[in-house]
Design a protein around this ligand. Structure first.
Ligand code: MTE
Ligand code: MO
Length: 522
């Protein structure tokens, strides 16, 4: 009987073929990661693809991811990508049991996708393309090498030749193991290298920042931390964090500069030393994220250290007709702030380089960020800021605007119950209720609390007022019998506005509604 050539060609064993695909993928990713160690973590093709995915994700899905996975949303994304890639590589390996073509095509396609993602990164130059290129070469090379070895071995088996030139099973396994070890070493090496070139060592060399004009000390009665509220100042560690960066941008202070241009008389460029050597001011500011749900945790307060943003703008000479301060971060994220807010001396917008005495933590924008009191973070608080353009609303559109969020985003008056926690069990009798309220640039006039769905609104005791740009704490007490109870809080601000109970979602310009919790007294 005549058989076709293909039938004579031995096929690689199923698991061996799948393993070759997966090992080649690991080699590709690790080699790219190693080269990225010399260039910058974001040049790593894997991270670049992840970052690209974040930018392309529709706002609803992004919202869902943040709600469901919280701060782990990015880990979930990276993990999911890894699973998909490993499966695809295994399938391509199996498809290559006779010919290496499917595997080579898939590994090369991953390399090209990584290359495309890297080329789209605004924070990278074309040198960064070396990382995905290395990935592609290493991946295809390792795949072809292992495939050739395994095929030679399969031939030797079919023909039952004890041919000394054909590889033993042991040598094929050793080659595979060697590739895995080399990939591990390359990946770890990349990680280590990125660590020596990271921002943390540059930040550590700066030491504590001492403002020439410190913020007034926070009075002891500015919070009711002993009664269950947060402390007035949030530690850098506990300060909420929200950004689109998959890997935190690593910018060394010595490499950083800020360009101020657009509708100004004199374009400016500042180095880190230029900013640090000016008389530094310190301001206590409560930041809030537009994605904060009623009762949520995306609100924190710090002493920010830096220079007055309005001063910088006035030095550059803002031209008539300017409406927007368009800021760009090193990772390409952009934000549009109203120029009037940035310029207003009363409001006190800052270019901040410090937070609670220290240089800004890397994840909070080191070396420098914007902080404009009274506006949600996405229109006021650009981290890792590198470019400020004075412009109009029509000329430039910021990142979140194209994703459904509003152009104007003043922080809405809100309040939150911190104690008891929802569904907590407390002893019956006198139960203390405490929490926070905020109405930046307006001020909290009163906080009212009610027990049960139809109880009377009773005024809570307010903490000492620290300023227009910060939150305020409150507490009160109710006598409660055993059973399950509901408490609701609402704030009245100094404009006379009482927080509405009409529930609105966070999109497009911030949630509204009253915070309600249930607890059990026993
Ligand atoms: N570069 C950059 N800056 C950014 C963001 C971002 O995604 N990228 N997010 C903004 C948003 S939505 C908020 S609420 C604040 C949060 O600042 P924090 O992480 O220091 O609390 O940063 C703002 N600055
Ligand atoms: Mo935000």
């Amino acid at each position: 009987m005549k058989t076709s050539r293909a039938d004579q060609e031995p096929r690689l064993p199923l698991f061996g073929a799948a393993a070759i695909g997966v090992v080649a993928l690991a080699a590709a990713l690790a080699a790219g990661h190693l080269v990225a160690g010399f260039i910058g973590a974001n040049a790593s093709p894997y991270l670049a693809v992840g970052n690209g995915a974040i930018d392309l994700t529709p706002v609803e899905l992004k919202d869902f991811a943040v709600r469901t996975f919280g701060v782990y949303d990015k880990l979930v994304l990276l993990g999911g990508m890894a699973v998909v890639m490993v499966l695809a590589a295994a399938v391509a390996g199996v498809a290559s049991r006779r010919s290496p073509v499917p595997g080579v095509v898939l590994i090369a396609a991953f390399g090209l996708l990584g290359g495309f993602a890297v080329s789209q990164r605004p924070d990278l130059t074309s040198v960064a393309l070396l990382a995905p290129l290395t990935s592609l070469i290493a991946g295809v090379g390792v795949f072809l090498w292992l495939h050739r070895l395994a095929t030679a071995r399969a031939h030797a088996k079919v023909e039952a030749t004890g041919d000394a030139a054909s590889p033993s099973r042991r040598s094929v396994l050793l080659a595979g193991a060697g590739a895995v070890v080399a990939a591990g070493a390359a990946g770890a090496g990349g990680q280590l290298l990125a660590g020596t070139r990271d921002a943390e060592s540059s930040r550590a060399a700066i030491g504590r920042l001492v403002p020439a004009e410190p913020a007034p000390p926070i009075p002891a009665d500015a919070d009711f931390a002993k009664l269950g509220t947060p402390t007035f100042l949030t530690s850098n560690r506990d300060f909420y964090r929200v950004d689109t960066a998959l890997s935190v941008p690593q910018v060394r202070a010595e490499d950083w500069s800020l360009r101020l241009h657009g509708m100004v008389r004199d374009e400016k460029r500042y180095s880190y030393a230029d900013i640090r050597d000016r008389p530094l001011i310190e301001r206590t500011i409560t930041m809030t994220c537009v994605s904060n749900e009623v009762g949520g945790t995306y609100v924190s307060t710090a002493n920010f250290i830096g220079v007055d943003l309005g001063d910088l703008l006035r030095e550059a000479g803002v031209l008539p007709g300017a409406e927007q301060l368009f800021s760009t971060s090193v990772d390409g994220w952009t934000s549009g702030s109203p120029a009037v807010a940035a310029l207003d001396p009363e409001r006190g917008a800052m270019l901040a380089i410090g937070m609670n005495g220290e240089p800004l933590p890397v994840e909070h924008g080191f070396p420098a960020r914007l902080v404009i009191p009274g506006l949600y973070g996405y229109v006021s608080a650009t981290k890792w800021v590198k470019d400020l353009e004075v412009t109009t609303w029509k000329a430039r559109r910021a990142y979140w605007l194209d994703r459904g969020w509003g152009e104007q985003a003043p922080i809405k008056t809100q309040s939150r119950i911190d104690s008891p926690k929802g569904f907590e069990t407390v002893p019956a009798g006198k139960v203390r209720i405490s929490g926070i309220a905020w109405a930046q640039r307006t001020g909290i006039e009163r906080v009212e609390v009610r027990l049960g769905a139809n109880g009377n609104w009773l005024p809570a005791t307010l903490s000492r007022d620290v300023g227009l740009n910060t939150w305020r704490m409150w507490w009160t007490e109710f006598d409660v019998p055993a059973g399950t109870h509901q408490v609701t809080v609402r704030a009245v601000d100094k404009s006379g506005y009482t927080q509405t109970d009409a529930r609105a979602g966070t999109v497009p310009d911030g949630a509204t509604g009253w915070h309600v919790i249930s607890f059990t007294a026993r």
